[in-house]
Design a binder for this molecule. Structure first.
Ligand code: UFG
Length: 328
């Protein structure tokens, strides 16, 4: 298939681009590089452009005879979204409408969308199934839910085939260490814990140890980025006209913050220095996915199930790229 990947120079996008190429698809990447890295993709397939630039979108879609879109391009920091909601609504929602309009002009009717478990808010029951009520508690989660609604309507009204993939905590890196996670600022637990372990940054602050969990710290379902990439490909290949398929993607197994720090110590050989801080606003105590529906519908299953193996790939990326994509 000839696929346009928006946000393909970002963390999950770049892993998906590699995966699609390995599986014989033809890929064009569209990224404004405001958060992505040109070094994460081959320059020959990258167009630098913004979702709001309709003319450029039309040009890329037409010249590459695009048949389907995988849509990652979005801002994805929960904290930032609560401080500046308007840039989230503009980039994530208005940007997606612009993309959808370009698809319609170019007669492209298939999209796989990067959604999130943040659309569920604070669930009352875990593991979370797709029917769990979606009640996002921050603007980031709300923007993703709004796009899900738009896609649902596009499928109903225009027989589009869409999938919204709700990922839990994306983690790890390509096992060869060539591409990986490089956010600025970095806010995610695993890269921060690795940096703290090797003395590159200050001790890790654990955001609260008084949650109703066995060790008092938050539990998350960490899913390897290559497993997410595989699910995007499968969702596209198995898309059905008129259907908006919503799927959770996780391992079904939760790890607490303390368990992550233990695993980082085992993998790196360095203990993670830490302090206990207050809870971070908007952090649910536990988020764990049921991915039974993804298994049933796509035949998908996480292949990296062990948190140490996932962290080992992040560690390899860190060792080969200590400053991320910045060439030192
Ligand atoms: N944590 C710390 N200290 C830190 C960083 C994180 O204790 O310095 C804790 C958090 O409180 C949380 C866990 O580690 O319990 C994981 O935090 P991350 O920031 O790595 O990930 P989140 O669970 O906050 O965020 C992820 C995705 C978001 C998505 C969200 C849904 O990155 O895009 O899940 O809850 F919106």
């Amino acid at each position: 298939m000839r696929i346009l990947v928006t946000g393909g120079a970002g963390y999950i996008g770049s892993h998906t681009v590699r995966h699609l190429l390995k599986h014989g698809h033809t890929v064009s990447v569209y990224d404004n590089l405001s958060r992505g890295h040109s070094a994460a993709v081959n320059a020959s397939i990258l167009t630098q452009g913004d979702l709001l630039d309709s003319a450029r979108l039309d040009h890329v879609m037409a010249t590459n005879q695009i048949e389907a879109v995988i849509h990652f391009a979005a801002f994805a920091q929960v904290g930032e979204s609560t401080k500046n909601p308007e840039i989230y609504y503009r980039n994530n929602v208005v940007g997606t409408i612009s993309l959808i309009e370009a698809m319609k002009r170019n007669k492209i009717t298939k999209m796989v969308f990067s959604s999130t478990c943040a659309t569920y808010g604070i669930p009352t029951v875990v593991p979370i199934v797709e029917e769990t009520p979606q009640k996002p508690i921050n603007p980031y989660g709300k923007t993703k839910l709004m796009v899900e609604w738009i896609l649902k309507d596009m499928c109903a009204s225009h027989k589009w085939s869409c999938a919204s993939l709700r990922y839990f905590n994306a983690a790890g890196a390509s096992p060869d260490g060539d591409i990986g996670e490089d956010h600025s600022p970095e806010t995610h637990l695993i890269p921060l814990a690795i940096a703290a372990a090797i003395g590159k940054s200050k001790p890790l602050e654990i955001f609260g140890n008084d949650y109703p969990t066995p060790d008092g710290t938050c539990i998350r379902d960490y899913i390897h980025v290559d497993d997410l990439a595989n699910a995007h490909r499968l969702a596209l290949e198995k898309a059905i006209p008129g259907e908006h398929l919503c799927l959770n993607l996780g391992t079904g197994k939760g790890s607490s913050v303390h368990e992550i720090l233990d695993a980082v110590r085992e993998v790196t050989g360095h203990a993670v220095p830490f302090s206990i801080g207050p809870r971070r606003e908007g952090d649910p105590p536990a988020l764990v996915a049921s991915s039974k529906k993804a298994q049933l519908r796509l035949g998908w299953e996480a292949s990296h199930k062990n948190i140490r193996d996932i962290i080992a790939t992040a560690w390899r990326w860190h060792q080969s790229h200590p400053d991320g994509y910045k060439k030192g």
